[in-house]
Design a protein. Structure first.
Length: 289
């Protein structure tokens, strides 16, 4: 969302990373928040809550996509935003000030894989978007969240079906199917490093003592024609894919990918008018009995 691999809008729990990596990831998180704002708002509107939460914790908050969606949805709420990256948290604080909601947000730097979490109070709602699959021991984190929530409080786990796709299947013209082949490499690398990526969180939540209150999968398919943000989102995502997959791609694919990533060249992805954002997000809502 913090790892040695490409990136999704993922974050929250990594170690010893570099500011440059953080900056590249922050750009993707910001673009993701911009492009998918309507979908994130849809998820917050769907949450099966009986009353508006006052105290919310956003675990692995990144640069704040979920934090600000939750503040918009629940105008009475205060959010504690938790992430491992001081750079992401600084960016989130700057956004909060710019939006005039800094009095409703507190940031906490913490590694969610650490044995002892900081005191995050007794929230009514805990939100974790694209962060749980990074954890070495998600069961520990789920039990910690259960114990922290107020009785009847809700835990929302939002996960992605891998990295978003942008190119048509017949693109680029000289190497059709390039994006699928790149994803096959990064999916395999992810599977090695993050076994919980793509997991069904329902059984994991019930095993940790939660009562499942709902599950929903949102299919994202946004036409990118004329959208500068989607072009930049595609560029930033494929740059990270290249960083992860370069050593395992055939030379012809790597060359074709580099032509797409060359923003000054004639084949730049920013020059294409056939991009779209295609992905899926699943949200599980679970209640502390």
């Amino acid at each position: 969302m913090t790892h040695a691999h490409p990136h999704t809008p993922d974050h929250g729990t990594r170690h010893g990373h570099h500011q440059q990596d953080d900056a590249g990831q922050a750009e993707i998180l910001d673009l993701d928040a911009d492009v998918l704002a309507g979908h994130i708002a849809g998820i917050t509107a769907w949450l099966p809550l009986e009353t508006g939460p006052r105290r919310i914790v956003d675990l692995g908050c990144g640069t704040g996509a979920g934090t600000f969606a939750l503040l918009d949805r629940f105008p009475e709420a205060h959010v504690i935003a938790v992430d491992a990256s001081p750079e992401h948290l600084q960016r989130l604080r700057e956004k909060a000030c710019a939006r005039g909601v800094d009095d409703r947000v507190r940031t906490v730097q913490a590694d969610l894989d650490a044995a002892g979490w900081p005191d995050l109070g007794t929230p009514d709602l805990v939100w974790a978007s694209a962060s749980m699959h990074h954890l070495a021991d998600p069961g520990h984190a789920l039990r910690t969240v259960r114990d922290m929530l107020t009785p009847g409080g809700l835990f929302a786990v939002v996960e992605l079906a891998g990295l978003p796709r942008f190119l048509p299947a017949d693109a680029p013209e000289d190497r059709p199917g390039l994006e699928d082949r790149c994803h096959a490499v990064t999916d395999r690398l992810h599977a090695e490093h993050m076994p919980f990526r793509g997991a069904d969180w329902g059984p994991l939540l019930t095993a940790a003592g939660f009562a499942l209150a709902g599950e929903r999968t949102i299919t994202v398919n946004i036409d990118g024609a004329g959208s500068e943000a989607i072009g930049h989102y595609a560029l930033a995502t494929l740059r990270r894919v290249r960083g992860a997959a370069a050593e395992e791609l055939p030379a012809e694919d790597l060359a074709a990918l580099d032509r797409l990533l060359d923003t000054d060249g004639p084949h730049s992805i920013l020059r294409r008018d056939d991009l779209s954002v295609r992905t899926e997000r699943t949200v599980w809502a679970a209640r502390r009995p």
